[in-house]
Design a protein. Structure first.
Length: 243
């Protein structure tokens, strides 16, 4: 993928989140809470340029194609940028908590991370780790393809298996059938991977969610919804990435 570098200092049209994916008040409230906890207005507000947008897209496209993050030099090549400009743009994306960069090495870009997590997404022949439950559920819509997610209950560690259909926009199967999503609203504090994402997770049944919350986060507010509702939120957040 190579793009021209002219006129990339403007602000791209607002497309995230895609509220047309939301069908219930509960998922709408959860979406708004995630956007607020993440700090989306600061990260992707009026100062978010097309250059930043295209660079984030390039990182995510590489993740989807190869199962791994690109190097900074690969990003520069993909975008037709000077290496120093690509490094500068990646640093800004890291500052905005949109791409995770550690000592110049890209380690993640929401929804993906190179760190081991409980959420494995089987996408295009590759196994990728998602940062949280909603991230995992949004990956299919992001790439307009079906995915399989293997994860586990946050409390009892029982396996949970999810498959999508209709290019990642609907659920095909969920096992166990009563598995659900808890979207806790821990403040991101500039690092959603280590903060907010740890409270947006899967449970195999309501009892496990109730026990886990009581033991770990009794004071953290959030939203409890079905897997289908979780998919709606994931679609809203990640479906428009490449539009």
């Amino acid at each position: 993928m190579t793009i021209a570098t002219d006129d990339l200092t403007d602000t791209p049209p607002t497309r995230i989140p895609d509220r047309s994916a939301i069908t219930t008040a509960e998922t709408g409230a959860a979406l708004d809470a995630i956007m607020t906890a993440f700090g989306a207005e600061t990260a992707m507000g009026p100062t978010f340029t097309t250059q930043l947008d295209k660079t984030r897209q390039a990182v995510l496209a590489h993740f989807g194609k190869t199962g791994q993050p690109p190097s900074a030099d690969q990003v520069a090549k993909d975008l037709g940028l000077a290496p120093e400009k690509a490094a500068e743009t990646l640093a800004e994306l890291s500052h905005r908590d949109l791409v995770r960069v550690d000592d110049g090495t890209i380690t993640g870009a929401y929804p993906f991370t190179t760190h081991q997590t409980a959420h494995t997404v089987h996408l295009g022949g590759h196994d990728l780790h998602a940062m949280c439950a909603v991230d995992a559920l949004g990956t299919g819509a992001m790439f307009d393809t079906d995915v399989v997610i293997d994860t586990q209950c946050k409390h009892c560690e029982a396996p949970i298996h999810i498959a999508t259909t209709d290019n990642g926009t609907r659920l095909d199967s969920v096992a166990p059938g009563g598995a659900l999503v808890w979207s806790g609203m821990a403040p991101a504090n500039g690092n959603s991977e280590e903060n907010l994402c740890t409270t947006i997770t899967f449970f195999d049944r309501q009892e496990c969610l109730d026990n886990w919350r009581g033991e770990n986060h009794p004071d953290v507010k959030g939203h409890n919804f079905t897997m289908a509702e979780g998919l709606e939120v994931g679609r809203a957040l990640f479906g428009p990435t490449f539009d």
